[in-house]
Design a protein around this ligand. Structure first.
Ligand SMILES: *Cc1c(COP(=O)(O)O)cnc(C)c1O
Length: 426
C-alpha cells in the first residue's frame, strides 16, 4: 500500500497508523464509492490479521473442549485458552492469573458482580454510587440489585467542564456507601476519570469500587494494582479482539468470598443430586463451555497491542485528538460535549460526540455514510447522560490508532458539506 504524509507536519517517519493499516484488511475497501473512513471505534474496533488468523488456526488445528479431555487436542486447546489468562493478567497488571475471569463481554462481567456480590451483600438502605455518564451496562444491573435488595442508587453529576465532579462525589460518600461503580473513560464525553483518587476516597469509607474499563483498556496502559480497584471490566471486541470475549478482574480475596454467578459444568468440584461444591478461582465463575476460539483470539489481540506498545498507542491517539479538535473548531456552532483536550491532545479520549443546531444526528450520520465515513448517531447507550444534557441524540466520531490525520480531514470536510447541504434546505 502507498504511504502518505501526515497532514500536520511533513514527517519523514511514517505515523503509527501508516505502519499498521495493512494489518487491518477491512479498512481497505470502498463504501458508497468512497474509501472507508471508520470512525466508530468506541462501538467496536476492527481486527488485525493476527486475530483473524488465531480464530482460523484454532478451528483448523486445535478445536476441542477445554479442561475436560486427556487427548492431545483438548490439551492444546486448554493450554492456548489458559495462556490468555496469563496474558490478560499481565496486560492489566493483575497480581495473579486467578484474578482474571473470562466473560462474554463487559456487560456480562458487570452482571456477574451485580448478581454474585451485590444481590448477596447489600442490605436495605446501603448505597451504590454511580455517575450520570455511565453506559447502560453499568446502570441497569445496579437497578436490578437496588430493586431486589432495597439498596439506594446515587449518581455523581457532571462538573462545569462536563467531566466527573469529584467534589460532588466526595459529598455523596458515607459509611452507607457499599459500592462505587464508575466508567474509566466515558464513551460519550471522552473524559478520563480520576479512578485512582476515586478508589482511595471510596476505600476510606469501606466501599468497594468497580471500574468500567471498556473505553480505557483499548487506548491506555492499565495497571489495576496502581488504580487499586476491587473489580475492573473490559470487552475484547473494543481492543482488536473478536466479539464474545471480555473479562472481569477482581481482587483474589473478594472473588473468593463471592458466590458463583452461573451454575453448570466447569465451575464445580463435585456434584451431588441435591448440592454441589465449587471449583476454585477462576473457574468458579466460568460455567459451561467458554468462548474458546474468541478468548484465544483475544490473546492474539493482546499480543498485537503489546507489540506496538500501549504507551505508543496512547501517545499517537493524543496527536489525533489534538488534530481532530483543531479541525472541528473550524466549524462554527458545532457543539462538542465533554472536557476540552489540552493543546497537545492529552486529557481526554480520541472521540467527539457533537450536535449541530437544527440538524438531527441520524441525518448527519446518513449523509456522512454517503462519503464513506462511518460515525455513530444516537444516545450511545448513555441515555440518562443525554437526558441530563437535554439531548435526544448526538453524533459521535471515535478514533483508534489505525486512523490517520487524512481521515480526520475527510471526515471534517464531509461534515462541513453535510452541514452546508442541510443549511440550504432550512
Ligand atoms: C461498550 C461499552 C460497554 C459495554 O460493552 P459490551 O461489549 O457491550 O458489553 C460498557 N461500558 C462502556 C463505557 C462501553 O463503551
Amino acid at each position: 500500500m502507498t504511504l502518505t504524509q501526515a497532514t500536520p507536519s511533513a514527517q519523514a517517519t511514517p505515523t503509527l497508523a501508516q505502519q499498521v493499516r495493512s494489518d487491518f484488511p477491512i479498512l481497505h475497501q470502498e463504501v458508497n464509492g468512497k474509501p472507508l473512513v471508520y470512525l466508530d471505534n468506541a462501538a467496536t474496533s476492527q481486527k488485525p490479521i493476527a486475530v483473524l488468523d488465531a480464530i482460523h488456526h484454532y478451528y483448523e488445528r486445535d478445536n476441542a473442549n477445554v479442561h475436560r479431555g486427556i487427548h492431545t487436542l483438548s490439551a492444546r486447546a486448554t493450554e492456548a485458552y489458559e495462556a490468555v489468562r496469563d496474558k490478560t493478567a499481565q496486560f492489566v497488571n493483575a497480581a495473579s492469573r486467578n484474578e482474571i475471569v473470562f466473560t462474554r463481554n463487559a456487560t456480562e462481567a458487570i452482571n456477574l458482580v451485580a448478581y454474585a456480590w451485590g444481590m448477596g451483600s447489600l442490605q436495605p438502605g446501603d448505597e451504590i454510587i454511580l455517575t450520570v455518564m455511565e453506559h447502560h451496562s453499568n446502570l441497569v444491573p445496579w437497578q436490578f440489585v437496588a430493586q431486589r435488595t432495597g439498596a439506594v442508587l446515587k449518581h455523581v453529576q457532571l462538573n462545569a467542564e462536563e467531566g466527573f465532579d469529584f467534589e460532588h462525589f466526595t459529598s455523596l460518600l458515607s459509611e452507607k456507601t457499599k459500592l462505587v461503580s464508575v466508567v474509566h473513560v466515558s464513551n460519550t464525553l471522552g473524559c478520563i476519570n480520576p479512578v485512582t483518587e476515586i478508589c482511595a476516597a471510596a476505600h476510606q469509607v469501606g466501599a468497594k469500587v468497580l471500574i468500567d474499563g471498556c473505553q480505557s483498556t483499548p487506548h491506555l496502559p492499565i495497571d489495576v494494582q496502581a488504580i487499586d480497584c476491587d473489580w475492573f471490566v473490559a470487552s475484547g471486541h473494543k481492543m482488536c479482539g473478536p466479539t464474545g470475549a471480555g473479562f472481569l478482574y477482581g481482587k483474589q480475596a473478594i472473588l473468593e468470598a463471592m458466590n458463583p454467578f452461573l451454575g453448570g459444568g466447569e465451575m464445580i468440584q463435585d456434584v451431588f443430586l441435591d448440592h454441589s461444591t465449587y471449583a476454585g478461582l477462576p473457574h468458579k465463575f466460568e460455567a459451561g463451555t467458554p468462548a474458546i476460539a474468541e478468548v484465544i483470539a483475544l490473546g492474539a489481540a493482546i499480543d498485537y497491542l503489546t507489540a506496538i506498545g500501549m504507551d505508543k498507542i496512547h501517545a499517537y491517539e493524543e496527536e489525533l485528538t489534538a488534530y481532530l479538535f483543531q479541525q472541528l473548531a473550524t466549524i462554527p456552532n458545532l457543539r462538542i460535549y465533554g472536557p476540552k483536550p489540552q493543546a497537545n491532545g492529552s486529557g481526554r479520549a480520541a472521540l467527539a460526540a457533537f450536535t449541530y443546531e437544527g440538524l438531527h444526528a441520524n441525518d448527519l450520520a446518513t449523509l456522512l455514510d454517503q462519503s464513506g465515513v462511518a460515525i455513530r448517531s444516537g444516545h450511545h447507550c448513555t441515555q440518562p447522560l443525554h437526558n441530563q444534557l437535554d439531548l435526544s441524540s448526538t453524533a459521535r466520531a471515535s478514533l483508534y490508532f489505525y486512523n490517520t490525520f487524512e481521515e480526520i480531514d475527510v471526515f471534517v470536510s464531509a461534515l462541513k458539506e453535510t452541514i452546508e447541504f442541510f443549511s440550504e434546505l432550512l
